[in-house]
Design a protein around this ligand. Structure first.
Ligand code: HSE
Length: 301
């Protein structure tokens, strides 16, 4: 194969109580990544949403770092040209950097026929996350690669569990900038035992709900995080107001990843009312999306 084009989707990490553990692949938005063999080196080009804010230097680009490490580890001769068309706004909390790094890990595996497992691809893709977040968190790259709902149940060694699920969601994207690094730095190093008990309980409720198909339980538990969201809410002006005003219209609402994106599971027939409230507080669009299948090959030749 000389060239491959893939769709790499947005993802929503944490989902309330599952900080650095839970993640969901979305069907939209997504990046389109084209990888081609070249004589030598790694050349990166980026266009689309927020492209001007993305570094092209290999060592500073999440996708570049992934390609560099894979070329080194597998003694790949020659180089690659990486073309990224961003559909996911950088710094949105929708796994924009993860889409690029997971997309490149996946495409490298196909292009050079490396025969790596999904788990191995997650490991490589997570390396890219260190660049933007300061920690190789895998809760965005895992759902990008597996699709559906994923749980990173261990980091060293990495262990990922996958549950295929299917439901609709809304994503509000306020015009606020939140850096993942800053959103991680404001979190406390230590938490009370009672908060830990609360979050583990809610996380268990969410996983149970997936097997029972109980979206009401999923959403209720998703809103019960007492560890991360209370700190991060202050980085998103209007978040507490929107959450309060939507409480009877949704099954669940929470900050997507490190924000400012907000993920909302609407109750039937309530989308128009939700839209009005989101528009009044943030004046931002509300996207309809659903759980997606993860990275897909568009073309390969
Ligand atoms: N788990 C990560 C965090 C996701 O919340 O910092 C970042 O999108």
């Amino acid at each position: 194969m000389e060239r491959i084009k893939v769709i790499s989707p947005a993802t929503s990490a944490n989902l309330g109580p599952g900080y650095d553990i839970f993640g969901l692949a979305l069907s939209e938005p997504y990046d389109i990544i084209t990888l081609s063999r070249s004589e030598e080196g790694i050349v990166i080009s980026v266009r689309g949403e927020g492209a001007d804010r993305i570094p092209r230097e290999v060592d500073k680009n999440t996708a570049g770092v992934v390609a560099r490490e894979m070329i080194k580890d597998f003694n790949i001769e020659g180089g690659v040209k990486i073309e990224i068309h961003k559909g996911i706004r950088p710094g949105s909390g929708l796994g924009s950097s993860a889409a690029s790094s997971a997309g490149v890990a996946f495409a490298m595996n196909e292009l050079f026929d490396l025969k790596l497992s999904k788990l191995e691809l997650v490991k490589y893709a997570a390396l890219g996350e260190s660049i933007s977040a300061g920690f190789p968190h895998a809760d965005n790259v895992a759902p990008a690669i597996y699709g559906g709902f994923t749980m990173v149940i261990n980091y060293n060694p990495l262990e990922v569990l996958h549950v295929p699920v299917d439901f609709k969601m809304l994503v509000a994207l306020p015009d606020i900038e939140v850096s993942t690094k800053k959103a991680r730095d404001i979190l406390p190093d230590k938490i009370p035992l009672t908060s830990m008990v609360n979050n583990v309980g809610k996380a268990c409720g969410m996983v149970y709900s997936l097997f029972k198909g109980d979206i009401e339980l999923f959403g209720r538990c998703m809103m019960g995080d007492r560890v991360v969201e209370p700190h991060r809410a202050q980085l998103i002006p209007g978040y507490k107001e929107v959450k309060e005003k939507l409480k009877d219209l949704v099954y669940g609402i929470t900050i997507s990843g490190s924000g400012p994106g907000v993920i909302i599971i609407p109750r039937e027939g309530e989308v128009p009312k939700i839209e009005k409230i989101v528009d009044k507080v943030w004046g931002c669009p509300l996207y309809c999306t659903k759980v997606g299948p993860g990275i897909q090959v568009l073309e390969g030749d």
